[in-house]
Ligand binder design. Structure first.
Ligand SMILES: *Cc1c(COP(=O)(O)O)cnc(C)c1O
Length: 445
């Protein structure tokens, strides 16, 4: 449940459950929820009984609009797309945040505790967290977004939810300001008067990663367990989604390569490709959910690449935001065993959306287009199936149609009304004290 450890590091499992290949293949007729149980239960078996956990999973995927939860589509002999956007907010983050909401509800429900979920969002995380927690009676949710700096659809997905436990705060500042306020709040918890526990919903929360491991197994099973293994291409920002693939690999899934697909904010590509992990300004791309400078979950991979030497990682992480870090030859090679990377700029996003549409009559969202570009560029291992994770529905990012000259897809029926509904949010100054007193006023009066 805790994001950051007290020493500033991140939590990782001490060891991973191991699934032999014949056990994995025996799961091919399971539903998504049943498979999720097999994959995730070993991580929580000391804390949650089987029946409750299956109930949490069933609830978590009940709001998905596709009966198979995560449909897999084939485009040619070896290229597939895994559609992860059929959840309530049209991005893959629903897989983790629907689960997290139900998990938190279960935990507090049995203890009669009250929680405060706090998060900053540049777009997709906030709405997914709100959707995941809006029906949880013991959880209050506060989501900070930069005022006037998220898209209309993204903001309305958060602000049209009219519930007394959901609080949207538009900060007069940018995303980094929001994130800084959230981070500081965790060290200044007096404003909660010791009565509530504060929970972070950003992607370093391991429960989120856990839920994302499942669809790697799911894809392999849906393609009939290819003997030669499988490759995944993952549009990457904070490195949470692709890290879940790395865990699946560690649990025994025969993944031949994980492709880290980045936009023009390409620090991960530079690092994996040239051992150049030097921070640069973040620029606004057509794939805004991946506009990130330092990917928090990359630290978890580096931990393994440095043979789990905590003190080395701590040294490295102290420098990571302000200066370039250098990995040893050995660490870089161990990363390249499992990962390959690719950078796709805005021009290529647009050309990929256009050519893919022309060839397949299928509209990619800008994030997925980056994943598809990367799979096309990956040339080794001819014949091994490549699954690109489709992380968002194209209707969520209508602005790209200006550049592609393709029609803007319509929002699914259940979201159309948000364009007209009344919005509920408060604008608060970019100031730690103002935000904290806003929160305590909402909670205690
Ligand atoms: C969050 C997000 C990503 C990046 O995922 P990470 O786990 O942060 O690497 C990619 N695409 C979309 C649409 C997202 O919302």
């Amino acid at each position: 449940m805790t994001g950051l450890a007290t020493d500033g590091g991140l939590y990782v499992p001490e060891y991973l459950p191991q699934f032999p290949e014949d056990l994995i293949t025996s799961w091919s007729s399971l539903t998504y929820e049943e498979l999720a149980f097999k994959v995730m239960y070993p991580f929580v078996e000391d804390n949650i009984d089987e029946i409750s956990f299956q109930r949490i999973l069933d609830k978590s995927y009940a709001k998905f609009r596709d009966t198979s939860i995560a449909p897999l589509k084939q485009f040619d002999e070896k290229n597939w797309i895994l559609e992860l956007f059929h959840g309530p907010t049209l991005a893959f983050k629903d897989f983790a945040l629907q689960f997290l909401g139900n998990l938190l509800d279960h935990i507090v429900g049995s203890k009669n505790e009250k929680l405060v979920v706090l998060g900053a969002t540049s777009g997709d995380t906030g709405s997914a967290a709100i959707e995941g927690c809006k029906d949880c009676r013991n959880i209050d949710v506060f989501i900070l977004h930069p005022h006037n700096r998220v898209s209309d659809v993204q903001r309305r997905q958060m602000t049209t939810i009219n519930k007394s436990n959901i609080h949207n705060i538009a900060i007069s500042g940018n995303f980094d300001d929001c994130q800084a306020i959230v981070k500081k709040s965790f060290s200044e918890q007096e404003f909660l008067r010791g009565e509530r526990r504060l929970i972070a919903v950003n992607s370093i929360n391991f429960a989120r990663i856990l839920a994302q491991i499942v669809y790697y197994f799911w894809s392999y099973l849906r393609i009939n367990c290819p003997k030669e293994g499988i490759i995944f291409s993952v549009p990457t920002g904070n490195f949470g989604d692709v890290f879940a693939g790395y865990i699946a690999l560690g649990m025994g899934l025969p993944i031949k390569k994980l492709i880290v697909a980045t936009n023009s904010n390409d620090i991960l590509h530079r690092c994996i490709n040239n051992n150049d992990h030097s921070p640069r300004e973040v620029n606004a791309s057509l794939a805004p959910s991946m506009d990130i400078m330092i990917s928090s979950n990359f630290e978890r991979l580096l931990f393994d690449a440095f043979e789990r030497d905590s003190s080395k990682i701590r040294e490295l992480m102290e420098k990571v935001t302000n200066s370039s870090i250098q990995l040893s030859e050995r660490s870089i090679l161990s990363i390249r065993d499992n990962f390959w990377s690719y950078r796709c700029d805005d021009r290529e996003i647009v050309s990929t959306i256009k050519s893919f549409y022309k060839k397949n009559n299928y509209l990619l969202d800008p994030h997925t287009a980056i994943g598809v570009s990367a799979s096309m560029a990956y040339e080794d291992d001819a014949g091994i199936p490549i699954v690109t994770l489709s992380t968002a529905h194209p209707a969520k990012f209508p602005d790209v149609s200006k550049y592609t000259n393709l029609l803007t897809p319509e929002l699914p029926e259940h979201l159309k009304s948000i364009l007209l509904d009344e919005e509920y949010y408060s604008i608060v100054d970019n100031c730690q004290n103002r935000v904290e007193s806003f929160i305590s006023k909402k909670l205690f009066t």
